[in-house]
Design a binder for this molecule. Structure first.
Ligand SMILES: N[C@@H](CCC(=O)N[C@@H](CS)C(=O)NCC(=O)O)C(=O)O
Length: 260
């Protein structure tokens, strides 16, 4: 199992990775969990542990509200020894080379980060379909606006983003986004799985043009460690508290008036 080794006073200490994310949802934490799981890394999902086990949400809040110089704004964040790294794409940019899930080549590594940031852009837009007005309001308080926002998302943005990913996947040989398997493939699996859950009808309409992405999604699901993870209780089911939420009214085939 890969863990980070730090040389301290000539001795090598194995560092455990600590993941800090809200318990009860996959959310953005799932992109990090999949990377740890695929690498077989030793990690602790701190907020999912009880206080007695040395975890809990309080521990997450303490780091977020603490006076440490590396205080993150929001989860997910990862702690390795005294070092804290936040922002999902940044976390993966940091972790993946250490876990054997990123290329050595600098240009490829920057490209991986670019793809991950584009995935993050789409995640934000998927989130905003159910929270178009304010994250601090309930979905029920912004239903009308959510319907309008979701209509534009599933008519325009979904095929624009996924069409782009299908295209660059084809240009890189059709199997992986980079020269070989990487964290970007894992993140794409998660993005597609989330969209399948939230928008099954829209995704069914989009699928005929997504042959390579669909094959990649299936391949990732069958990777032995990922398959074991998906079947375990470590994988939290999708639900209506997370980023990808299924509200049937947001997945209805819309009639969108297009301007500009
Ligand atoms: N850009 C950040 C976004 C982090 C984020 O929005 N985290 C959510 C949970 S998925 C959160 O708890 N946000 C609290 C807030 O925005 O106040 C990332 O990609 O990690």
């Amino acid at each position: 199992m890969p863990t980070l080794s730090l040389a301290i006073c000539g001795k090598t200490r194995r560092m455990k990775y600590e993941l800090y994310y809200w318990p009860g949802i996959q959310g953005r934490g799932e992109f990090v969990r999949l990377t740890f799981e695929d690498a077989g890394a030793e990690y602790v999902d701190v907020a999912r542990l009880t206080r007695k086990e040395g975890g809990g949400v309080e521990k997450l809040m303490r780091l977020m509200r603490g006076d440490g110089a590396l205080r993150p704004f929001a989860p997910p964040f990862v702690k390795v020894g005294d070092f804290i790294v936040a922002q999902t794409a940044n976390i993966l940019h940091y972790l993946a080379p250490r876990l054997g899930l990123a290329p050595k080549d600098e240009q490829q590594r920057v490209y991986a980060h670019q793809l991950q940031l584009t995935i993050a852009d789409m995640v934000v837009e998927a989130h905003d379909t159910h929270h178009p007005i304010a994250v601090g309001l309930y979905y029920e308080d912004q239903r009308k606006e959510a319907k309008a926002r979701a209509a534009h998302f599933i008519e325009d943005r979904l095929s624009l983003f996924l069409g782009y990913f299908e295209d660059v996947l084809e240009r890189s040989g059709g199997k992986h986004f980079l020269r070989s398997h990487s964290y970007v493939d894992l993140s794409m699996f998660q993005l597609l799985s989330g969209l399948d859950y939230a928008f099954p009808n829209a995704m069914a309409r989009a699928r005929p043009k997504l042959a390579r992405l669909s094959a990649l999604q299936e391949r990732v699901a069958k990777r032995p460690r990922i398959a074991a993870y998906l079947a375990s209780d470590r994988r939290i089911p999708f639900n209506e508290s997370g980023i990808f939420r299924h509200y049937p009214e947001l997945d209805a085939k819309p009639r969108v008036g297009r301007r500009g």
